[in-house]
Design a protein around this ligand. Structure first.
Ligand SMILES: [Mg+2]
Length: 323
């Protein structure tokens, strides 16, 4: 089938950074059906830049990220819109409370998480500070909060293993999981996994998912980064999965929520990380969600509101593709 692809650039402003990404529109040339998606590259993690993606897209070539997005626009968006627009439907998804820079952590941050009724907080760790982590775990324990730690692969394996091996049991129990402690190495991950449950975000590959006895307890999934074929493999994956955002545009969050609602798996984690857009200055799309609580809702009118906003975007023709 032939599809016309158009794009619209967006910027999300955070206190320390600006995220640049693309919204894509896919139109079926035969019947006029339209689907949308968000593409949020992370060049510092090896993704092409937005400019590189656009050069490729304008030439009719797809990167992994645009292919994943267009897969959703083509299959997921249209299915979700038809399903959720016509029937009264409410889908709720519980999320963790994100603290982007652990070095900014003050006890009040955790009190705020508790007052907003979050059950789990997630700390991004940029530099390893054992005292700071221990202190955060103690405060979280005092508030009855679970903690997810995410150093994005930046810990030293020996340092991490000795820290978590020595951690008292009552503080280990506070940890829901430690995500991507350092780049994947089976032996080191296996040892660390005996002291603290590990979660794999950036270091899993599809070929790994069929193996037994993996040295991690949870899989982190960024819905906007995967194509339909990966979804089919993941549907059979027997470990808890937490969906997280790639710091996506709210349309990306809508993609993720739609994916969850359409593919409910009983063994998947019940707590996700999809309210990351609260890290950015508000934009009109945020009104699709109420993010003052741990629960994000996919409401019956979410697609109508999203469509209204999307139609107001400035779209630039990129290419026509046969998909
Ligand atoms: Mg991560």
């Amino acid at each position: 089938m032939k599809f016309k692809i158009s794009h619209s650039l967006y910027k999300l402003k955070a206190p320390r950074a600006v995220q640049t990404g693309l919204l894509l529109k896919l139109e079926n040339s035969d019947n006029g059906d339209r689907g949308y998606c968000a593409v949020q590259p992370h060049p510092h993690l090896g993704d092409p830049t937005v400019d590189q993606i656009l050069v490729e897209l304008n030439a009719g070539r797809l990167s992994q990220l645009t292919r994943a997005g267009l897969d959703f626009a083509r299959f997921g968006w249209i299915r979700a819109k038809n399903q959720f627009q016509t029937k009264p439907f409410l889908f709720r998804c519980e999320n963790n409370f994100l603290i982007q820079h652990m070095e900014d952590l003050v006890p009040f941050s955790l009190l705020e998480a508790k007052q907003l009724k979050f059950h789990t907080v997630k700390f991004k760790i940029t530099t390893f500070d054992a005292d700071k982590i221990t202190q955060a775990l103690e405060v979280a324990k005092g508030h009855g909060l679970k903690v997810r730690l995410d150093p994005n692969g930046k810990l030293n394996p020996n340092q991490a293993i000795s820290y978590f091996r020595a951690l008292p049991g009552d503080l280990r129990d506070v940890i829901d999981y430690l995500e991507d402690p350092f780049p994947y190495s089976e032996a080191h991950w296996r040892e660390l996994n005996t002291y603290v449950p590990l979660a794999n975000d950036f270091f899993w590959q599809e070929a790994m998912l069929g193996l037994d006895n993996l040295p991690f307890q949870n899989l982190i999934l960024k819905p906007v980064r995967h194509t339909q074929s990966t979804w089919q493999t993941l549907a059979k994956f027997p470990k808890p999965i937490s969906l997280t955002s790639s710091m996506d545009h709210p349309i990306g969050i809508l993609q993720a929520l739609s994916f969850l609602a359409l593919n409910k798996q009983s063994h998947w984690s019940l707590i996700h990380g999809l309210n990351t857009f609260t890290s950015f200055e508000p934009i009109s799309y945020d009104h699709m969600f109420d993010y003052s609580s741990p629960v994000l809702e996919l409401r019956p009118n979410a697609f109508l509101l999203a469509l209204k906003l999307l139609e107001e975007e400035t779209w630039r023709y990129a290419c026509e593709l046969t998909l």
